[in-house]
Design a protein around this ligand. Structure first.
Ligand SMILES: Nc1ncnc2c1ncn2[C@@H]1O[C@H](COP(=O)(O)OP(=O)(O)O)[C@@H](O)[C@H]1O
Ligand SMILES: [Mg+2]
Length: 365
């Protein structure tokens, strides 16, 4: 078991800086997720930890040891990739044991590890099969098994579920989380999928353009996003943003006038007269007369554009001030139809405000 520390790590490819000043301490036994849009530097960072990519600047430690110049095979890590190429001519047992055989691990020890991993992954009955005789999910389990039998200090996983269909992804998500609880091995898991990040990570690193935006627990990222990017990236449907003007601790537009809780109202005073982004999540909006959100000092006049009944809830897509859009998650029994003029209420405690200039969350000023 080991902690992993990245200290002022940079990666440049020619004149592209893929990773900028990456600082992070991953605790022993932690499940750390890197999430962000394609091209933000997740894979590059993971590959630097693995030793597959040279570090341009900075230090990486695994356990007590600086590994900058340690070759991948001596880092005591195991990787699982999106393209988990299994050897087609080998059966599952041979695929899983291949790395150990290369390392001349004794036969009995190999057998113990393969059978234990196979049991954990529920693929014991598949050990004699070739990869082409397996489903996508089973193949992904074999790829995981191949990493587990190495008994590494750290697991590095790069979008390992991207090739699976949605249902299988949900299943495998739970399997990997369970496996992590059972093995307690420090894990770094890369994904572009914020749902995967939220459901799996003990902590999450949100990245954009090679820069770490925020490192936090899933719930803190969701409730206390440091900037508009994080706020908009985590959560589905995404947080709504309306541009409004600050006046007397309130945020106003032509058809909305909202008063946040006292804390944010106070922080907004410095922005008086300025435009800001008002941020509110779809589930923190309600229809006047059909919500427990306080009605006072709080109104957004909107026109319903689309009603999407999902059974458990209904998604409303509405327009405000002509060209701004709001998405609201309301009770499944809400009686509204496209074209209705409605009043939406926003939960004052859940409101966020971001500057137009650097998009930082004004709550944290
Ligand atoms: N070998 C390489 N040579 C040049 N640029 C690269 C190389 N690998 C990655 N990059 C660039 O570095 C950035 C980060 O890439 P990557 O780490 O793969 O992002 P992610 O995994 O988050 O999608 C991108 O702009 C990508 O084009
Ligand atoms: Mg990648």
């Amino acid at each position: 078991m080991a902690e992993v520390v990245l200290d002022k790590v940079f990666k440049r490819f020619g004149n592209v800086t893929a990773v900028k000043d990456f600082n992070l301490q991953i605790h022993d036994e932690e499940f750390m997720v890197f999430v962000g849009p394609s091209g933000c530097g997740k894979t590059t960072t993971l590959r630097m930890i693995a030793g597959l990519e040279e570090i341009t600047e900075g230090t990486i430690k695994i356990g007590e040891r600086v590994v900058n110049d340690v070759p991948p095979k001596d880092r005591d890590i195991a990787m699982v990739f999106q393209n988990y190429a299994l050897y087609p001519h080998m059966n599952v047992y041979q695929n899983m044991s291949f790395g150990l055989r290369l390392r001349k691990t004794p036969k009995a020890e190999i057998d113990r590890r393969v059978r234990e991993a196979a049991q954990m992954l529920q693929i014991e009955h598949l050990l004699e099969r070739r990869p082409r005789e397996l489903s996508g999910g089973q193949r992904q389990r074999v790829a995981l098994g191949r990493a587990i039998v190495r008994e590494p200090k750290v697991f590095l996983m790069d979008e390992p579920l991207s090739n699976l269909d949605a249902k299988l992804r949900v299943e495998m998500r739970a399997s990997i989380a369970k496996l992590h609880r059972r093995l307690g091995v420090t894990t770094v898991y890369v994904t572009h999928d914020q749902v995967e990040a939220m459901t799996m990570g003990t902590r999450i690193v949100v990245m954009k353009d090679g820069l770490v935006q925020q490192v936090d627990s899933p719930i803190n990222l969701y409730d206390k996003p440091i900037n508009k990017f994080v706020a908009g990236f985590m959560g589905s449907p995404a947080m709504n943003f309306l541009v409004g003007t600050v006046q007397d601790g309130r945020i106003k537009g032509t058809n909305f006038d909202i008063k946040p809780d006292a804390e944010l109202a106070r922080k907004l005073q410095k922005h008086s007269g300025k435009k800001v982004y008002f941020g509110i999540r779809p589930e923190n909006l309600g229809l006047r007369g059909d919500t427990s959100i306080p009605e006072q000092d709080n109104t957004i006049k909107a026109t319903i554009e689309v009603v999407e009944p999902l059974g458990a809830e209904t998604i409303l897509i509405a327009s405000v001030d002509g060209d701004q859009t709001l998405v609201a998650r309301v009770d499944a029994h809400a009686r509204v139809v496209a074209g209705d003029r409605v009043e939406l209420l926003a939960d004052p405690a859940k409101m966020q405000a971001f500057t137009l200039e650097d998009e930082r969350n004004i709550r944290f000023d």
